[in-house]
Every structure is written in structure tokens, then in C-alpha cells.
Design a protein around this ligand. Structure first.
Ligand code: AMP
Length: 397
């Protein structure tokens, strides 16, 4: 599960720290028309950077238009090219399998459902991973996926039942479903796909269930038992598309603004002084996996991701969640890959270039003064690539 590890970004372009009191603040630098960073490396604090990526569109200066997925009226040369690119990628996803996405050699950590949650957290941290499939050894079946959302649920449980803090250490992974019930969270559907099914199917299923990762589960021919082969993520799928479809992604010349790609209204944000707990509540309320950290002028300083919760509760420190975002971000691993930004005039082909070369998990959309405009999640890109221009009738999973 290579994409579950947090390794150094290939394209880190550090920016300067922008807020004196903020331990991890930094801001993006400017881009050149070629999409590379035009300024040299600048001083960086705490190993965090905001590499600025994606080429600004050189000749598209479109008016902001928000289109529905089935709005297929536009028919200029650029629209035709764009549709040609999208069709090429979709065909590719239909002829390749989920198995194809896996690297030649990979490591899979599967956790027994009976393990203490506390221990599972240590195992994730020790292995530098942020999720793992669960195994029910009593029934020899796949039992779901452990992700940062589960730890966020445990935190919420602690908030709702503070008297239970003494027992939290005794909870096992198999009690995660009880925790969900206790805090009133709808249990996530345990989706999985067969590794040899078309990749397109895994993508559709991810979009339908809003899952950011999906386990590949096969069945052993001899015993008939389930086997977890691996887990694929939106990140890995988009990387696979980017690496293998340059001839199609280069046709995606429309700008973010014109595509209406991402979310621009009602953004959940926090400041360096917000508590980790407040940010966790925001992530739960909005059902999102990251919150941009801004200053009083709406300038982007950093991003708090759901995976940043994991080091915060290391060693069962659930009561330390009143720490500030700034303090929590300073605990990020040295190898943290950085945060990626783009602006609304950047084109989708440039974003795919960046995905091809870097470990991009989402892009923060900023203006020329680094003020927050929006956020583009990998799910937004995947949704656009799969569904734009499809008739509503075709949108079944
Ligand atoms: P994600 O949780 O990153 O998969 O994003 C799910 C959806 O929420 C996507 O459509 C994003 O554009 C949107 N989104 C992500 N982060 C935020 C945020 N901080 N505020 C509002 N919407 C967001």
C-alpha cells in the first residue's frame, strides 16, 4: 500500500513561513507558465512546505461557469478535445483491472479484528501507514478497513462519554462498530471489489460510497475463503491514470474555473490557534478529510488532514486534543510531502502532470495573494473524469 505511506514529495518547493507565532506556517511561491516553480528554494520551518504546482492556463481566460455532470452542450474545439481525453481515460479504466494498479512488489499489513485499538494505532505509526484491512480470524473473513475515520470516531466517543476514558484502552478493533452506534454514526458500508474486475467498477463504487480507498478481496480456489489482496486508493488510481494516459490527459486543457472543479462555497477552515478537537468536529460535520488552515486575511498557511489525527493520539493521549492545530502540525513526520496549491486558471492537464510526478492528495485553490478560494479533492477529479458528459441514465454504479 505504497500510497498509504507518507514519503517525501518528489516536487517539494518550499515557501517562506508567514505567521510568526505559527509553528508550521508556510506559503506557496509563484508559478511559471510552464508549471514549474519559478522561484528558488526559500527558508522552511519544520520540514513543511507548500509546493505550488500546476501550470496556469496560458491562453484560457474563461468566465466562471458551473456545469452539471450531464451538461454536454459545449462543442468548441477545446470541448471536443476535452471529451476525447475523458473518453480515452474511461476506456482505459474499462480495460484495466484493479489488480493492474498494484505495484510489482508491495507490502500489506492486515490487522486481526481482535487487536486492541491502542495497539493498532502503534502498528500504523510504526509502519508509516494510515490504514489497514481488518481480518476476522474467527470466521476467516475480511472485516472492513481501519482508517483515520475510526480514530476520529473513538475521539468523538470519548467526547460524548468522558467517563469512559478509562476503558478506551481496552477497546478492540471489533468494537469499532459499537462505537459508531454509540455516537450515532451511520456505519460505513464495507465495500470491496474483486481484483480482476475492471478498474472502472472500483472507481464507480468509490464515488458512490464516498470511500477514499477500497480493498481488493479475492476468494481462495481451494478453501473458498476470502483473501485480502491489497487496498487501492483514489490517489493510486489517479496516479495510475496520469502515468499511463499522458496522450489523453494532455487533451484536458480546460481550466479549473471553467470546469467548476472542486468546492468553493461553505468551506470548512480553521486557524493555527484552533484546537485539534474543533478541527475534528469540522471534519465530521462536513464529512471531509482535510481542513485548510488560514490566517485572519484568509491566506492559506497549512492544511490539517484526517491522517494528522493519528500522531495526536499516539500513546492513547485522547485528552491532549485540546492542543492547537499549530502544535499538532509540528508533530508531522519529517518526510511530510507538502501541500499542493493551484489557482483557478490552472488547467486539468497541468494537475494531471503534477499527480504524475508528485504525491498529491488534494489541491488547495488560492488566488495570486495566496488567499483561499477553494479545495479540489481527488474525489472531485475522479468524479469529473468518470462522470462529466455522461447522461444521467448512464450514471449507475
Ligand atoms: P474529501 O473529503 O477530500 O474526499 O472531499 C469530499 C468533498 O468535500 C469534495 O467535493 C471536496 O471538494 C469537499 N471538501 C473537501 N474539503 C473541504 C473543506 N475543507 N470544506 C468544504 N468542502 C470540502
Amino acid at each position: 500500500m505504497e500510497d498509504d505511506t507518507r514519503t517525501p514529495a518528489e516536487m517539494a518547493h518550499p515557501g517562506p513561513a508567514t505567521e510568526d507565532s505559527a509553528p508550521v506556517a508556510s506559503s506557496p511561491t509563484t508559478t511559471s507558465a510552464a508549471g514549474t516553480n519559478s522561484s528558488g528554494p526559500l527558508p522552511l520551518r519544520h520540514g513543511h512546505e507548500l509546493p505550488f504546482v500546476a501550470a496556469p492556463s496560458s491562453y484560457l481566460r474563461p468566465k466562471p461557469i458551473s456545469r452539471t455532470m450531464s451538461d454536454n452542450r459545449a462543442s468548441g474545439p477545446l470541448d471536443k478535445e476535452q471529451m476525447q481525453g475523458l473518453r480515452g481515460v474511461r476506456e482505459f479504466l474499462k480495460v484495466r483491472t484493479s489488480y493492474d494498479v498494484l505495484p510489482l512488489s508491495f507490502r500489506l499489513v492486515v490487522l486481526d479484528n481482535n487487536l486492541l485499538i491502542r495497539k493498532s494505532l502503534n502498528i500504523l505509526i510504526q509502519n508509516g501507514i494510515v490504514s489497514a484491512p481488518l481480518w476476522d480470524s474467527k470466521n476467516s473473513t475480511f472485516a472492513g478497513l481501519l482508517t483515520s475515520t475510526d480514530f476520529i470516531n473513538v475521539i468523538q466517543y470519548y467526547c460524548q462519554y468522558p467517563d469512559e476514558i478509562g476503558n478506551i484502552d481496552q477497546f478492540r478493533l471489533c468494537s469499532l462498530r459499537d462505537i459508531e452506534r454509540a455516537i450515532g454514526v451511520l456505519p460505513l458500508e464495507t465495500v470491496s471489489v474483486h481484483p480482476m474486475r475492471p478498474l472502472y467498477e472500483a472507481c464507480r463504487r468509490m464515488l458512490k460510497t464516498r470511500a477514499r480507498r477500497i480493498p481488493l478481496v479475492d476468494r481462495d480456489d481451494e478453501t473458498g475463503r476470502e483473501m485480502v489482496v491489497s487496498v487501492i486508493t483514489q490517489y493510486r488510481i489517479l496516479k495510475f491514470i496520469a502515468v499511463n494516459n499522458e496522450q489523453y490527459t494532455m487533451l484536458l486543457k480546460k481550466a479549473v474555473r471553467e470546469l467548476g472543479l472542486g468546492t468553493y462555497k461553505d468551506l470548512a477552515t480553521a486557524t493555527m490557534g484552533s484546537s485539534v478537537l474543533d478541527v475534528i468536529h469540522l471534519m465530521v460535520k462536513y464529512n471531509i478529510s482535510a481542513v485548510p488552515i488560514i490566517d485572519k486575511n484568509n491566506k492559506v498557511l497549512n492544511l490539517f488532514e484526517a491522517v494528522d489525527v493519528i500522531p495526536c493520539i499516539k500513546g492513547g493521549a485522547y485528552d491532549e486534543l485540546s492542543a492547537t492545530v499549530g502544535e499538532a502540525l509540528s508533530r508531522r513526520a519529517e518526510e511530510f510531502g507538502g501541500i499542493y496549491t493551484c489557482n483557478e486558471d490552472d488547467r486539468l492537464d497541468a494537475i494531471f502532470d503534477t499527480i504524475r510526478k508528485s504525491r498529491v492528495h488534494r489541491l488547495i485553490v488560492v488566488d495570486d495573494d495566496n488567499r483561499l478560494k477553494g479545495i479540489i479533492s481527488l474525489s472531485d477529479i475522479l468524479k469529473y473524469v468518470l462522470l462529466y458528459g455522461e447522461e444521467d441514465d448512464d450514471i449507475e454504479y
